[in-house]
Design a protein around this ligand. Structure first.
Ligand SMILES: NC(=O)c1ccc[n+]([C@@H]2O[C@H](COP(=O)([O-])OP(=O)(O)OC[C@H]3O[C@@H](n4cnc5c(N)ncnc54)[C@H](OP(=O)(O)O)[C@@H]3O)[C@@H](O)[C@H]2O)c1
Length: 337
């Protein structure tokens, strides 16, 4: 394929570029050049996409078999790209999000669950759910060809700049008693960026259309298999102390952000790990084992160091003093394991 990646230097886009080059595709990337070059072998073009004239100049008169768009901010930027590439690209893949579903996401919700309002012409990037939905509508309304909306949930794997798995790995590297949010067998649902990339390329080749929840099956990993993999990858002298969800709640610790990746089994956010993914599995998604995702994320951190903090975004992770206070309360409860 002749593939255009709008983005291509961060987590998902980077994995798309890598996978496409490995399968022999001809890859063009479009970024500002702020985040560094794409993988060697890709042709890098530079423009600020928020300026349609810069985008037009950078893309010239070229045509592509497929475009994959990683944009997450104002929808009108997706609209301008979709309009410009209409008739010049054979397929448009948009990296969307399960955040487009109205909150709370229904347990086992599939792609027919209600979505938030979005406006493809909007310049607003503050409301993430509306921005992603606006991006979806921008693609379906302004790209005059087949398009796919990959509604990703939690994305892990190397180059994860949000800092969820990196936080757990660094915490476990420090060793000692580690607050492990229970239950141990809590099913998790996520996607490795490389598995998402492979599926996006497949979707482009097969000209798949429509929306797909893009995550693993619930229980592809559990909290225990994830954290055990982190202990194994780091080789740290860490002791996971399993703490029940009600104790974490009583301590006022925020799931998902203070304890990244974790959501308790009950309550509004439980469904973050419980979406219906029959459609994407029937359409070829394959998810690698959690141990590989964790080990490769650790290898990346070892080789390249921690990603810089994202400006204006809260850091993930638990304050050590808060962790110690909860663990002190658990002493003698037999929760070690
Ligand atoms: N992380 C998760 O758990 C999660 C979950 C669900 C969905 N998602 C979605 O997954 C996608 C993640 O994409 P990603 O990993 O590839 O990372 P990203 O951080 O969205 O990548 C941004 C890319 O766009 C380029 N860029 C930024 N501003 C630009 C501009 N004004 N003009 C041109 N290029 C620009 C950046 O390069 P330069 O800076 O060099 O320009 C970079 O290559 C997002 O759409 C997000 O909404 C993420």
């Amino acid at each position: 394929m002749r593939l255009l990646v709008l983005g291509g230097t961060h987590h998902v886009g980077r994995a798309v570029v890598q996978a496409a080059l490995e399968q022999g595709d001809e890859v063009t990337t479009l970024t500002r050049g702020v985040s560094g070059p794409p993988a060697p072998g890709a042709q890098a073009r530079h423009a600020d996409r928020t300026d349609p004239e810069q985008l037009r100049a950078a893309l010239g008169d070229d045509t592509w078999d497929a475009v994959i768009d990683t944009w997450s901010l104002a929808p009108r930027v997706v609209r301008d790209s979709a309009r410009l590439l209409s008739g010049r690209a054979g397929h448009y893949g948009y990296v969307s999000s399960r955040s487009v579903y109205t909150w709370p996401i229904p347990p086992r919700g599939d792609e027919s669950a209600p979505v938030v309002d979005g406006d493809p012409a909007s310049a607003d990037a503050e409301d993430y759910a509306a921005a992603k939905r606006g991006g979806e509508l921008a693609v379906t309304e302004f790209f005059g060809g087949p398009s796919v909306l990959a509604r990703a949930g939690l994305i892990l794997g190397p180059y994860e700049i949000v800092g969820r798995m990196p936080w757990w790995l660094r915490r476990i590297e420090r060793g000692g008693d580690v607050l492990a949010p229970g239950p141990r067998d809590r099913p998790l649902q996520y996607i490795d960026c490389r598995d998402l990339a492979a599926w996006l390329l497949h979707a482009a080749e097969a000209h798949l259309t429509g929306a797909y929840n893009a995550v693993s099956r619930p229980g592809h990993a559990t909290m225990a298999s994830l954290l055990d993999a982190a202990v194994a990858a780091t080789g740290a002298d860490a002791n996971l102390v399993w703490v029940p969800p009600e104790v974490i709640e009583q301590a006022g610790i925020e799931p998902w952000t203070e304890l990244p990746i974790w959501a308790p089994p009950d309550g509004e956010i439980a469904s973050l790990h419980d979406g219906d993914v029959s459609k994407i599995y029937a359409a070829g998604l394959a998810c690698r084992p959690v141990a590989e995702t964790v080990a490769d994320t650790w290898a990346w951190l070892q080789a390249e160091g921690d990603p810089p903090a994202r400006p204006g975004r809260p850091a993930h992770g638990l304050d050590p003093a808060r962790e110690r206070a909860v663990l002190a309360g658990q002493a003698g409860s037999g929760a070690t394991g």
